[in-house]
Design a protein around this ligand. Structure first.
Ligand code: SAM
Length: 216
């Protein structure tokens, strides 16, 4: 496996990929979390998904174990697992590869074709969760603040969506440290969403997929 694409990219962006054996060792340090369907992972320099893809595979193994017997539950919990994977990547080709790699693993697991509503919903989710942007400035490529979409499964085929700003979430995390001057700030100020949506179905999410791989 090639761990670099070019010397220039290493020099410009520090682009050296982590080998799979090391990824697995690192994920084993938080094994329980990687095997929980709704644990959330954010990789702020995700490349083409060397960490996110195996995280998704572990979540899908958990889906199979818990919900393998019911097609409805399997499809919805697999989508929830995908919804809990987040990445940020500066380079356009890497983020496109990352979305494609994640979608391929997801579609293979559920044996989906590209016309399936679950496939199109997953594509929409990936366009939101895998952000083309700069993790240092916390701005997307269009210079808008990076948005973190929080997904939840309400049951009976309905998902909940709330949007937050990454800079607010991460800034507030340091405010809440015990010895911080700001520790008195209420938690409600940290977790106030910038937008809240009504419950949505897979069909609704599929219809929101514009096929470009990117979402506003
Ligand atoms: C060392 S590679 C690691 C990729 C992957 N995480 C892995 O372990 O295989 C670093 C990646 O971070 C990206 N990158 C560099 N600076 C970044 C930034 N400020 N924001 C987001 N991504 C960045 C690079 O384009 C590259 O894909």
């Amino acid at each position: 496996m090639n761990l670099i694409k070019s010397k220039q990219r290493v020099a410009d962006h520090g682009e050296v990929f982590t080998p799979p054996w090391l990824v697995e060792k690192m994920l084993d340090l938080v094994k329980g979390e990687t095997e929980r369907i709704d644990s959330r992972f954010l990789e702020p320099a995700c490349g083409s998904g060397n960490f996110l893809v195996p995280i998704l595979q572990r979540k899908l193994a958990a889906v199979e174990f818990k919900f393998g017997k019911s097609d409805f539950e399997k499809r919805h919990h697999a989508l929830l697992g995908l919804m809990c994977c987040y990445g940020i990547e500066l380079l356009a080709d890497n983020i496109a590869e990352c979305r494609a790699n994640m979608l391929e693993v997801f579609a293979d697991y559920l044996a989906l074709d590209a016309e399936d509503d679950v496939y199109r919903a997953a594509s929409h989710v990936l366009s939101l969760n895998l952000v083309h942007g700069d993790a240092m400035t916390m701005r997307a490529i269009d210079d808008a603040p990076i948005r973190v979409v929080e997904w939840g499964y309400l049951g009976k085929g309905k998902f909940q969506r709330r949007d937050f700003r990454l800079d607010v979430l991460t800034g507030m995390a340091s405010f809440s440290a015990e010895d911080s001057l700001f520790s008195a700030l209420g938690k409600h100020e940290i977790f106030t969403p910038s937008q809240t949506y009504p419950p949505m179905s897979v069909r609704y999410l599929a219809a929101a997929n514009d096929g470009t791989g990117t979402s506003a």
